[in-house]
Ligand binder design. Structure first.
Ligand SMILES: [Zn+2]
Length: 192
């Protein structure tokens, strides 16, 4: 095992590099340049990288309130199919780190801002004059919607999105889409 298969249509995409799980899960086994930008790593990240699972139903419905019941059903389906690789010391450059921090900050601000608007308007509604209640209800709904929409920047800041990689559907390897030259050059046993 140990060697790295480059390209060869691991998926239908032209440039997908497959890294064996034992390489990715071993601390210090990964290159010192980031896979996306090819810049020197400023920090190393440990995280669990999931496989992409094709689930019936549109993405929007999974996030929306109306899709809540369907989501619960699909979560069971998801748990059965998903494979996880425990990545150790993935290289992240300044651009990767900054992009991730920015999306997570946006998500956090939206979530807690929404929560504050939602909870605040409920409390204000209890104390308020009758006439202002409809307006407060509007604020509560808007706050709630913003809380849900915080899932989108959160997904954009996810490690899988930032590094452009995911675990193979059958497990055992991590697939990196369009990795940088600097990253590929440092992989052990590369075949090209
Ligand atoms: Zn980077």
């Amino acid at each position: 095992m140990g060697s790295v298969a480059v390209g060869e249509g691991a998926q239908r995409r032209p440039n997908v590099v497959a890294l064996p799980a034992e390489l990715v899960e071993r601390p210090g086994g990964l290159p010192s340049h980031c896979a996306r930008h090819g810049l020197p790593a400023v920090r190393r990240a440990d995280f669990a990288l999931q496989s992409k699972v094709r689930i019936e139903g549109s993405r929007l419905r999974q996030v929306g309130v109306l899709g809540a019941v369907g989501t619960a059903e699909r979560l069971g389906q998801h748990a059965k199919k998903v494979r996880v690789t425990h990545v150790k010391g993935w290289p992240l450059c300044t651009v990767c780190s900054r992009t991730r921090a920015a999306w997570l900050t946006v998500s956090c601000v939206m979530f807690f801002g929404g929560l504050l608007a939602f909870a605040g308007s409920l409390i204000a509604g209890v104390l308020a004059e009758k006439g202002t209640v409809p307006a407060l209800a509007g604020v509560a709904v808007a706050g709630f919607v913003v809380m849900i929409l915080a899932a989108f920047p959160f997904a954009l800041g996810s490690m899988a999105r930032i590094i452009g990689a995911s675990t193979a559907p059958e497990g055992g390897e991590v697939r990196v889409v369009n990795p940088s030259q600097a990253f590929v050059a440092e992989l052990p046993g590369r075949t090209d």
